[in-house]
Each structure stands twice: as C-alpha cells, then as structure tokens.
Design a protein around this ligand. Structure first.
Ligand code: UDP
Length: 212
C-alpha cells in the first residue's frame, strides 16, 4: 500500500478506535492493521494483527501509527519507539466530534464519538478523549492526558501532562487567570466532583473530590 496505518493495541480501546480510523481513511492505497506486542489472534474484527517487527518489515511509502492504549506511560514509550523508526504520528477524530472556535490540538490525539471541544482551547500531544467527554472554553490540556468516557471538563481548567480523568468525573470551572489545575500525573477517580486544584501525582475520589 501507499500508506500503512497501524492502530497500536488490539484490545478494548483499539477495537473502538479501529472503525473510527476506517471511516477517516477509507481511501485508495491505504491499508489499516492492528499492531500488538501480545496478540491473542492473527485477526481481530476482520483486521490483521501484526507484531511491531512485522509492521516494520511491511513495505509501504508512508507508515503512520495511532496508539490506542489508555495507559499514557505505555503510550509514550510505544510512540517514541515508533517515531525513532520513522513512523509518523496519526490523529484519529470521530466524524461526529464537535470542535468550535480556536481549538489548537497537538498530534497523535484520539477524539472518540460525541466528544465536544468548545472554544479557545489548547491541547498537547497524544490526548485521548473517550466517548461523550467534553472540554469547555479556555482550557489547557497537556501531553499524554487521558479522559475516560463522559468527562466533564468545564471552563478555565488546566490539566497537566499524564493526568488521567476517570469516567463521569466533573471538574468545576476555574476563573480567568485562576484556573483549577489538575497536576502532572494526577488521577481523578470515576464520578469524582473536583472543586479545587489537584496536586501533581495524587489520586482524588468522591464528591467533593479528596485525596485517597
Ligand atoms: N500492548 C502492546 N504493547 C505494550 C502494552 C500493551 O501491544 O507495550 C497491547 C496489549 O497486548 C493489549 C493492548 O495493548 O492488547 C492494551 O489493552 P488493555 O485492555 O490493557 O487497554 P485498553 O485497550 O483499555 O487501553
């Protein structure tokens, strides 16, 4: 093929991302495959699963990868290895995402179905926004941030690199010049209601969210 596209990770999230990739990339000369280091089958949902070595050995004019693995540290390691081997980063956006005004999104991001990003938002590298999540006005999202489904990230919030926000969490809106900050590598538990800033590396749960 002219373009060989790898969705890295053939497990749960990868199987959700593959059809979105297919909808984006159903063009002549483009082949889609899974890449997995621990494959359970040679084919998943009708798509070939290659080892990374097999992906490298396949001939194609251009190779691109999207790492569909929720664990951000694993994601970063895999991406760095791929980029060092000359594979290009690929972003995958569901066609029914809603993206409004002045939204700046870095490379290698995944926007799942029903994700909404409103206005005046900056997003770094390899952001995963799972189903139904939203990011409201004047937010800044770092690199390798992961949103599980239905995260409600209101206005004037800063989310630092490697933070993980669990399903259904709600983050209260900050104020202009005084954002609520979710610190680097922090984890916000499922359903948490975050009303103030969260320290880097900490885990918060509950309503109102408190450190575990
Ligand atoms: N995986 C991989 N290389 C790694 C780590 C994980 O290929 O270094 C694969 C793993 O074999 C599995 C998938 O990525 O198929 C991760 O699946 P998991 O269910 O853990 O995560 P999710 O799909 O929910 O992100």
């Amino acid at each position: 093929p002219e373009q060989l596209i790898g969705i890295y990770g053939a497990s749960g999230f990868g199987r959700e991302v593959m059809p979105i990739a297919r909808e984006n990339l159903l063009i002549d000369g483009c082949e889609l495959v899974f890449i997995d280091d621990n494959p359970e089958a040679s084919e998943v949902n009708g798509v070939s699963v290659l080892s990374y070595q097999e992906f490298l050995e396949r001939k194609a004019e251009v190779k691109k990868v999207s790492v569909a693995i929720a664990n951000a540290k694993v994601r970063r390691e895999i991406e760095m290895r791929c980029y060092a081997d000359g594979i290009e980063p690929l972003s995958i956006y569901s066609s029914n995402r809603v993206v409004l005004d002045q939204v700046n999104i870095g490379p290698a991001c995944i926007l799942c179905p029903f994700v909404t990003l409103t206005s005046n938002i900056t997003i770094g590298h390899s952001f995963h926004a799972n189903l139904y999540s939203y990011v409201a006005h004047d937010c800044k999202i770092g690199d390798y941030v992961t949103f599980a489904p239905s995260v409600k990230c209101n206005g004037n919030i800063v989310i630092e690199d490697f933070a993980y926000i669990g399903t259904g969490a709600i983050i209260k809106q900050g104020k202009p010049g005084q954002p609520i900050v979710i610190g680097k590598g922090a984890t916000v538990g499922m359903g948490a209601v975050v009303t103030k800033s969260v320290a880097p590396g900490s885990v918060v749960i509950g309503n109102p969210a408190r450190p575990l």
